[in-house]
Design a protein around this ligand. Structure first.
Ligand SMILES: [Zn+2]
Length: 499
């Protein structure tokens, strides 16, 4: 953001302009080895330990295409309803950058492996069809670290370090056609598209799809045109946006900024932009013309990729259920309201609830545990829901004990404590901690008598017909029995004794 950026209120923007979105999403594939060599792809290794002559671009080194990466590319293409090329080639994209040791990136240009597809995106119950222009294969670059400057960027840095472990990791770049007609929902559509694409990638099992580790990165293109004009304005490209929330914020910010420029009668400058997580703004990157000359030419060291139609059909048969359709199916099976389903998905609990239900718990009970007790534990520990230390099978087992009235919800929380502490199975924890609910009338009856004796005024009210007052006595009994009384039976005993 620069000092002369004038931001226009979002409502005013959508009253005067039509936004057009474009999303370019890079997906890092989770193949064991790199795109064109046998180096491992594991994340977090010591810098420059996962390299070889090929991915370092040393003279004479010959690349070989990773078949698993091609398979993943085709499966992604099919899941996005794309056509799969019968024959395509890699191309050299020539440019110099220190984190790209070959001085060209091996990519695809006019012959992508997959093209002409779509993804239907659900936004607040409304479906937007996002047309996919292409999905192509390429390799990742290395990673530069600029040391000594205030911003972590190259300007002002004292020196830069480069790590080539990432150079050559397989990427699939998925490019949409311009998304028009979203209006005020443009930021939400952008977010929903990336979210659903990520879900699809996870369901395909081709990437770990961690936005925070950069294994999915989105470049967000945005332009505005006068409302109803039907043209496309000049676009900017906000690079490497790495969370769903940031995708939404980047679109919203650029819409307000573009409108400020256009309202002033000026032209939007075609450029890349950096997104700033801290305040949700963008700032100028580098100028970008439509016809940048990368001097693409077909890669002479690699043979063309010509997937047979039989193979493509075999891969089509391996596609998982489309995540959006799966959500609709599960909602119907579980009888969840729209709000319950939205909350479950929003909490990242869908798979956990699904596994808990598969392990035998009722859908509402499964949802209750994951969205309340487990969500609280995840929040307290600052971890993902799946890392709280309790598995879906264990949640189902605890619920079984609740259903059998061995424990109640309150005691279940102590069982979860025991599970997190590794004290054994839920049943073992109930036994070891002495948590089982007491429904034996002998013990309960004594506690009820004591509660009546301690609270004569309450007892008198109940005798007089005020049954609602029983709550106070139940509370006293539960306290006496450290929460381990069967509350329903306690209530019955109180009424019996006082009527
Ligand atoms: Zn290598």
């Amino acid at each position: 953001m620069s000092a002369n950026d004038v931001l226009v209120d979002f409502d005013e923007v959508v009253a005067s302009y039509d936004p057009a979105l474009g999303l370019e999403v890079h997906v890092e594939l989770s193949t064991a080895t790199k795109m064109f060599c046998g180096c491992p792809t594991t994340f977090g290794g010591e810098p420059n330990t996962q390299v070889c002559p090929t991915c370092l671009g040393l003279p004479g080194a010959m690349p070989v295409v990773n078949g698993k990466a091609v398979e993943a590319a085709i499966r992604i293409g099919l899941a996005l309803n794309c056509e799969i090329a019968e024959w395509c080639r890699f191309a050299r994209k020539n440019y110099f950058y220190p984190d790209m040791p070959k001085n060209f990136q091996t990519s695809q240009y006019d012959e992508p492996i997959a093209f002409e597809g779509y993804l239907d995106v659900d936004v607040d119950g409304e479906t937007f069809r996002v047309d996919i222009e292409r999905a192509h294969m390429e390799e990742d670059t290395g990673k530069s670290t600029h040391v000594g400057g205030a911003t972590g960027r190259i300007h002002g840095a004292e020196y830069s370090l480069v790590d080539y472990n990432r150079a050559g990791i397989p990427l699939i770049e998925i490019v949409t056609k311009p998304i028009v007609g979203a209006g005020e929902k443009a930021p939400a559509v952008a977010r929903a598209y990336v979210a659903q694409l990520r879900d699809l990638i996870v369901a395909l099992g081709v990437s770990d799809a961690r936005m925070d580790q950069g294994s999915i990165r989105a470049d967000v293109n945005l332009s505005l045109a006068p409302k109803g004009s039907g043209v496309l304005g000049t676009r900017t490209e906000t690079k490497n946006v790495n969370s769903l929330r940031s995708v939404e914020r980047a679109v919203r910010f650029e819409m307000s900024r573009h409108a400020g420029v256009l309202n002033a009668g000026e032209k939007v400058f075609q450029e890349t932009r950096h997104f700033h997580e801290a305040d949700g703004t963008t700032s100028s990157g580098r100028a970008k013309s439509d016809a940048e000359d990368y001097r693409y030419f077909p890669e002479p060291d690699l043979v063309p990729v010509a997937p047979s139609r039989e193979w493509v059909e075999e891969l089509r048969a391996t596609l998982p259920e489309n995540p959006a359709q799966k959500r609709a199916r599960l909602q119907a099976e579980w009888g969840y309201s729209d709000l319950e389903m939205r909350d479950t998905v929003g909490a990242g609990a869908l798979e956990l609830v699904e596994a808990t239900v598969a392990a035998g718990a009722a859908p509402q009970a499964a949802r209750k545990w994951w969205l309340s007790e487990m969500a609280r534990r995840a929040n307290d520990a600052g971890v993902e829901l799946s890392s709280v230390g309790v598995s879906p099978a264990q949640v189902a087992e605890v619920q079984r004990l609740v259903d059998a009235k061995t424990i109640n919800d309150k005691l279940a929380r102590q069982v979860f404590d025991g599970l997190v502490a590794g004290e054994g199975t839920p049943e073992e924890i109930v036994a070891a901690r002495g948590l089982a609910v007491v429904s034996d009338d002998g013990a309960l009856s004594a506690a009820v008598d004591k509660a009546i004796a301690d609270n004569p005024d309450v007892a008198e009210k109940i005798r007089g017909g005020k049954v609602a007052a029983a709550g106070a006595l139940i509370g006293a009994v539960m306290k006496e029995m450290r929460g381990q009384a069967d509350a329903g039976r306690v209530r019955e005993l109180i009424i019996e004794k006082l009527s």
